[in-house]
Design a protein around this ligand. Structure first.
Ligand code: HEM
Length: 453
């Protein structure tokens, strides 16, 4: 990165940014980011919504530098010029993901480290053996619902209900809340028109959850995060939201991306069938080929800077595009595409995903159950007919119709109690927090009044 180089070429931004929103996103990410890379190279001036501009960083080395260089690039959305200059409507569908919240994903430096420590300590409390048993049991039960039909949609009838049910349980939500969770988070991650309203409803749900768990702790994240004296109740609720936004759709996408590869890449599926590759190798291949979280939700330039040959103004939004970085011809020319773990799918540096092992366990177990239960699996539609979820923050087929040999349910494995506790229960905290005001900016009047905080 060059802060002074006078010979650097002026980028044309912001005169003709490429629109990256709406229907354009409802296709294979290769078709979205390939043409952008061809036209602009490692960094492209784009438009996230009419009039909302950003830099899309697509080169592997450039994305790595953007994520690593915290001194130049902040995760704190309060620096965003579009916000400080009032360019975004208060109910912009972009704000639930890109706006500021008092959670680890939106903090820098010491404040970030403090919250991250609480979150990682909570993740470390998960009993891996029990989590595997829980995922396996719920995966078997889900397959039992449609195995006899010889056809299923592996996104909507498998990945989505399975991952949300497991994640909901980890957080401390009841099974009956799963459909609502799916609807709210899908709308937020998809930046749907009603995303701001969905965020208000989700925060209300999470705040209620935190209040309940403070009174009656359970074997879940909400209880352990509330148990820490280092987070206010508002921070606990916002960190639960951050976990849902980063973890839910991306885990579903990783699972469906792996199955999509296995259905369409006969070389990969036969290598797996003959033992030349393991399930672990196959899921790594999916991380390279179709990054489940295609774009990291923002870094903001702390000061004016020249980066990747472009003049970036203070407060500009830069988006590390993992989907493009992982398929950057500059690294794959060296024959790197494959099953190693040098991809950027989990991010890296201070904000790199703290739950990658848990996510891997969920995805590998879920893939393993499918491989064992389904015989003669084949795609139910042509590759070209697949529709993609139109989202910057979650790239995967919107559905994955699949055909296979029908089989009978395996009741014996699924009759057991459907819930394993995957962590211990914390003791109830005796102290009351003195103040617990939500420091989030007053983005929406009804947001705050609705939520009551
Ligand atoms: C059990 C599932 C998961 C949970 C609970 C989870 C949780 C989180 C959390 C809390 C963060 C914020 C870390 C921070 O800012 O310090 C994060 C970051 C991240 N996660 Fe995950 N995650 C999960 C699965 C995944 C999956 C499957 C992927 C993609 C393969 C993924 C990719 C990322 C990336 C790229 C970041 C970095 C964001 C940044 O640099 O700002 N996560 N995750």
């Amino acid at each position: 990165m060059d802060q002074r180089n006078p010979s650097v070429s002026e980028c044309p931004f912001p005169h003709d940014p490429a629109p990256v929103h709406g229907a354009l996103l409802a296709q294979d990410p290769r078709a979205v980011y390939g043409p952008l890379r061809q036209r602009w190279g490692a960094i492209a001036p784009i438009e996230l919504a009419p009039g909302v501009e950003a830099w899309l960083v697509m080169g592997y080395q450039e994305a790595l530098e953007l994520v690593w260089n915290e001194r130049a690039f902040s995760s704190d959305a309060r620096r965003w010029r579009a916000l400080t200059e009032g360019l975004l409507p208060e109910d912009s569908p972009l704000l639930p993901i890109l706006g500021w919240r008092p959670a680890l994903s939106r903090l820098d430096d010491q404040a970030h480290r403090q919250q991250r420590q609480v979150v990682t300590e909570t993740l470390d409390r998960v009993d891996v053996r029990r989590l595997r048993a829980l995922v396996r049991q719920q995966a078997e039960a889900t397959v039992d619902q449609w195995a006899m039909h010889g056809a299923a949609d592996l996104v909507n009838q498998y990945g989505q209900p399975l991952v949300w049910s497991v994640l909901g349980q980890l957080l401390g939500l009841a099974d009956s809340q799963t459909p609502m969770l799916i609807a709210l988070v899908s709308s937020i991650v998809g930046s749907a028109a009603e995303a701001a309203q969905a965020e208000a409803e989700l925060m209300q749900l999470l705040r209620h959850l935190v209040a309940v768990k403070r009174e009656t702790p359970g074997p879940d994240f909400a209880s352990w995060l509330s148990h820490s004296a280092r987070l206010t109740d508002a921070e606990v609720a916002h960190n639960l939201a951050a976990i849902l936004f980063s973890g839910g759709q991306s885990t579903i996408n990783w699972l469906s991306g792996t199955m999509w590869l296995l259905l369409t890449d006969t070389g990969l599926s036969s290598a797996l069938a003959t033992g030349r590759l393991t399930v672990s190798d196959a899921v790594d291949r999916a991380l390279w080929a179709c990054s489940p979280l295609p774009n990291i939700a923002g870094r903001w330039a702390r000061n004016a800077v020249v980066f990747a040959g472009c003049r970036i103004a203070a407060g500009d939004l830069l988006i590390p595009c993992l989907a493009a970085a992982n398929t950057d011809p500059a690294i794959h020319g060296a024959g790197n595409l494959g099953t190693n773990r040098a991809h950027l799918a989990f991010g890296t540096g201070a904000h790199g995903c703290p739950a990658k092992e848990a996510a891997r366990l969920i995805v590998e177990t879920a893939v393993d159950v499918l491989l064992r239960r389904l015989n003669e699996v084949r795609p139910g539609v042509a590759d070209t007919d697949l529709r993609w979820r139109p989202s910057l923050w979650g790239a995967a087929p919107a559905s994955l119709p699949t055909l296979f040999q029908s089989s009978r349910p395996q009741r014996s494995t699924t009759d057991e109690a459907s819930h394993h506790a995957v962590m211990a229960v914390p003791e109830k905290r005796q102290d009351d927090r003195a103040t617990d005001t939500d420091p989030a900016p007053q983005r929406w009047g009804w947001w705050n009044s609705n939520a009551g905080w």
